[in-house]
Each structure stands twice: as C-alpha cells, then as structure tokens.
Design a protein around this ligand. Structure first.
Ligand code: SAH
Ligand code: SF4
Ligand code: F3S
Length: 476
C-alpha cells in the first residue's frame, strides 16, 4: 500500500530513532560516570500543546533522561510555548528570562524553546538576539525532529534555530512515543491538527498550519490502548473537531467517529474539544445523545453575541443561528452542560455589540464561560482593524460580563444540590477538608473528602453545596 502523503515518511522517523539511540549512548556514559541525566518540561497554552509535550517527554525518556520537577537540577529544559494572547507570550519570555541564572550556575544545561510562539519568525529573531543562553528553538511542525535537533546541539555546540519550514506544514507524524501524566485517569488524544478557519483575531492557523485529520485506524488503535491501560476520561483533541475526516478520504466524519469509539468495551467517558459552531451538526448532537460513553457536555465557543462583530471575526454564523444551534443541542441532549469562549473588546465592538453578547449569555445560560480580553496578534486580519475603545472601557465590559455569568453559573450549579451523581475522582483535593477532586459527566468540578486510594475510580457522590465555580459533595 502506498504511504499516505500527509504522513512523515517512515525513513524520516527511522532517522530520528537513530538520533534517539545516539543520545541514549551519551546519556548512558554520563550515567555510568555518576548520575542519570535529568530533563524538565514546562507547557503553556491549550491541550494541543499538552499533547505535544507528552510526545516530547516520550522521546526524552527514550533518550535515557529521567524527568524532574525541578528546573534547578535539570540537564535539559524544554519550554513549550503559546502565542494565542500577548499575555501568554509575555509570561513565556519572563520565565525564559529567569532561566539565565540557572544557566550561569550550570553552563552545560541545554535550554530548548519550542511550540506555537517560536513558529513565528519574529519571535525566533528576538530569542536569537536577546536570549543568548537559549540553545535550541523549534516550532510546532518540528516536534518529531526534536531528536535530530538536540543531537545537533549536543554534538556541535552551536545554537540551533530550526527554520520555520513551509514544506513541513500539513504533515502528520505517527508512531512517536507518548509519555502521559496521570496514569489511568485522564488522557488527551489528538484526532487532528491545525486549523483552516482563520478567525480574524486568531494566530493559531499561522502557527499550527492547515487542518489535517489522523486516519481512523490510528485513532482507534491509540484509543483502545488507552482503554486497556485503564484510562477513564479520554478527550479527543482538535481546533475544530467537527471538521474531522474531511481530508482522510475514509468517509468517517466526527459523529461517525464518536459512534465507533463508543462501541469499544470498557468503563470510560469520551470528551472532545473544540467544536466550531459553523460545523456543529444535528448529527453530532444525536451522536452525543445516542452514545452512552460520550459525556453530555459541549464546549461551543461563540466569541461574540453581535452578528456584526461575528462577521468581522470571520466566524461563519450569526447570533440567531448560534442561539438556534444551542437550543437544538439542549433539545437533542436533555441536561447537556454547555460551556463557551467569549472575547471582549474586539476592534470596533460598541456598547450595543457588547449588550448583544450579554443578551446571548442570558439566553443560552452556560455552566461556565472562558472570558478573554481581545489581544492584538501581529499578522492577523484583526490587527489591521481600527481599535478605538479604551482599555479601561474594555475592562469595565469584561467585569460586567463576569458578574452576570457568575450569577448564571451559581444558579445552574445550585440545581445539583441534593442530587447523587456518578463522578470520576481524578486528583488530590485543594485542602484538608476536601482531600479529593472529581468531575461529573458534564465536566463540573466536585470537591469532596475521601481516601486517596479512590483516585482513578468512579464513585457516587451526593452534592451538598455549590458555588459559581464548583460543587461540593460527600461519598454516597
Ligand atoms: N479552536 C478553538 C479555540 C482555540 S483558541 C475554537 O475555535 O473554539 C481558544 C480561545 O482563545 C478562543 O476560543 C478565543 O476565545 C480565544 N482567543 C483566540 N485568539 C484571541 C485573541 N487574539 N484575543 C483574545 N482571545 C483570543
Ligand atoms: Fe482560532 Fe478560529 Fe481556528 Fe479556533 S477556529 S483555532 S479561534 S482560527
Ligand atoms: Fe496557544 Fe498554540 Fe494552543 S497558540 S492556544 S498553544 S494552539
């Protein structure tokens, strides 16, 4: 069978395996001299970046490093960066800046900066000029070439800046090792990469390249593996999962994928993100309703309630059609938990536009809303638009919106009080009263008290209290 042209060729991946072996030999020598080499990773941004870091960690472990939680004792530091808002970029630069002290103490330390931010040439230039202690820089498209790049640095000594290579965009690298945290609890599973939507404010399509879906059989194999390993909460990832399968030629769309994964034997829950409203179909809602292992939860970002602003954002739907869609989701999947993203202060947003946003959230009533102040991203269409509203006014709008949303979340969470529900206990709790934390089927956070031995298992919990951001329960 000829190889899928969208895949990184096998011989390329084998070359990378060769570099992993070479690095492993070096690591072994160092280990024999004293101690094993240690690597530290840090991840900014969304779950896509988390998933990339899991691949990097998989390769790092195969290279013979052990993982450490302390930057100070690391021989290799990898920072995976996010470019979605200016604030995210400033945080990354601040933290990379702080690494210079560690490098002074330990000149042999290798510092790598990768991910969305450095997929931009301007950022690479900045790192080259102003951050001389950063050794290795590579973008999102080069994750699979990390072994080669690291080996180059280890054997040559010079700084390595991987060119932002247009040819590699749109490639899929299958078969990389993955090291997941939280064994047996929650797992991310990438089903597609990139984005074709070019929402006018967004940098993602520029730093993640064009949309490409993984073959169904690859997803199924990875999914089955996760279930066999005991994972209970599996989130399918893509910037717009609703356009899954458009390029595979397999005739399996996202709803079909849900139906197929739902048939896998085992006790687990399937979640997914993100759904773009323009591609969310009645078939998708039916799939959520029909599939007992698909969480009754939908993250459906609306971004603005003003049809005029939505047009300028290039979102491909208007206020009325969005509300109709949310209503259809509620009707098709009774009790569905809706969450969303919204941007406040998009260029040209008037008080009237903003009131449309408030109206939309009062009509749809989300359990939770991720609220962002618009951030100008150089290179995007919106960056060229006139932006006259003051920072102070944007902040006032932001605060007004938050106040209304908090009230809605509070009211919706109150409806859980007195109910007993099945939750997945997924972590230690935040304090001594609530020693455990859990998630409901709809993704609501539950604080409760119980033995740590319960982490990773389902339990019936009676909800006794609620707030605008969480539920509080006791083991039933
Ligand atoms: N693919 C996902 C979103 C990825 S980015 C989707 O389309 O839903 C996550 C969120 O960040 C977006 O939903 C948007 O609300 C926010 N965001 C993206 N670019 C932004 C910008 N320039 N300023 C402020 N928020 C932004
Ligand atoms: Fe960005 Fe829009 Fe793509 Fe989401 S769909 S990643 S907001 S361009
Ligand atoms: Fe950030 Fe890249 Fe995700 S820009 S939000 S880490 S796709």
């Amino acid at each position: 069978m000829p190889q899928d042209k969208r895949l990184v060729p096998d011989e390329e991946l084998n070359r990378q395996r060769g570099f992993i072996e070479k690095i492993k030999d070096r690591a072994k020598k160092t280990g024999e001299q004293g101690r094993p080499l240690r690597a530290f990773t840090d991840t900014y941004g969304c779950q896509q970046n988390e998933a990339d870091t899991e691949r990097l960690r998989g390769m790092i472990l195969e290279m013979g490093y052990t993982l450490t939680k302390s930057e100070d004792e690391a021989d290799l530091i990898v920072i995976n960066t996010c470019a979605v808002r200016e604030h995210a970029e400033m945080r990354v630069l601040g933290n990379v800046g702080a690494l210079s002290h560690i490098k002074k103490r330990n000149p042999d330390l290798i510092i790598a900066v990768c991910g969305c931010m450095v997929q931009q040439e301007s950022v690479q230039e900045k790192l080259k000029k102003s951050y001389p202690y950063v050794d290795l820089v590579f973008g999102t498209h080069a994750v699979w070439r990390f072994p080669e790049l690291l080996y180059k640095k280890l054997s040559g000594g010079g700084r390595v800046f991987d060119a932002v290579n247009a040819e590699e965009r749109g490639m899929i690298a299958e078969g990389l090792p993955i090291h997941r945290d939280e064994r047996g609890r929650k797992a991310w599973l990438s089903i597609m990469y990139g984005c074709n939507n070019f929402c006018s404010y967004c940098i993602v399509p520029y730093v993640r390249g064009r949309e490409r879906s993984r073959a169904f059989s690859r997803i199924m194999d990875e999914f089955r593996g996760l279930v066999n390993e005991g994972y209970k909460d599996i989130t399918l990832l893509g910037q717009n999962v609703n356009s899954y399968g458009k390029d595979t030629g397999e005739g399996i769309d996202f709803a079909d994928l849900l139906y197929r994964l739902n048939e896998v034997e085992g006790d687990f829950l399937i979640r997914f993100m993100t759904s773009h409203p323009k591609d969310a179909s009645p078939k998708l809602f039916s799939a959520i309703a029909d599939c007992c292992k698909v969480a009754k939860q939908l993250h459906l970002p609306f971004q603005s309630g003003s049809s005029r602003v939505l047009k300028s954002m290039n979102r491909g739907y208007d206020k009325e059609s969005y509300i109709a869609l949310a209503e259809l989701a509620k009707k098709t999947v009774p009790g569905i938990v809706l969450t969303s993203d919204v941007i406040v202060g998009f260029p040209g947003e008037t008080e009237e536009d903003f009131c449309e946003t408030l109206d939309l959230i009062e009509k749809v009533r989300y359990h939770a809303l991720f609220t962002f102040l618009y951030s100008k991203r150089p290179g995007t269409k919106a960056a060229e638009m006139e932006d006259v509203v003051s920072k102070e006014e944007k902040q006032r709008r932001f605060d007004r919106l938050l106040k209304i949303q908090n009230e809605i979340s509070k009211e919706l969470h109150e409806e859980y009080v007195g109910k007993t529900m099945r939750v997945l206990i997924d972590d230690r709790g935040a304090d001594s009263v609530h020693t455990l934390s859990a998630r409901t089927d709809g993704g609501r956070l539950v604080h409760l008290n119980g033995s740590e031995a319960l982490i990773g298992s389902y339990a019936d919990v009676k909800i006794i209290k609620s707030s605008n951001w969480a539920l509080f329960g006791e083991l039933a």
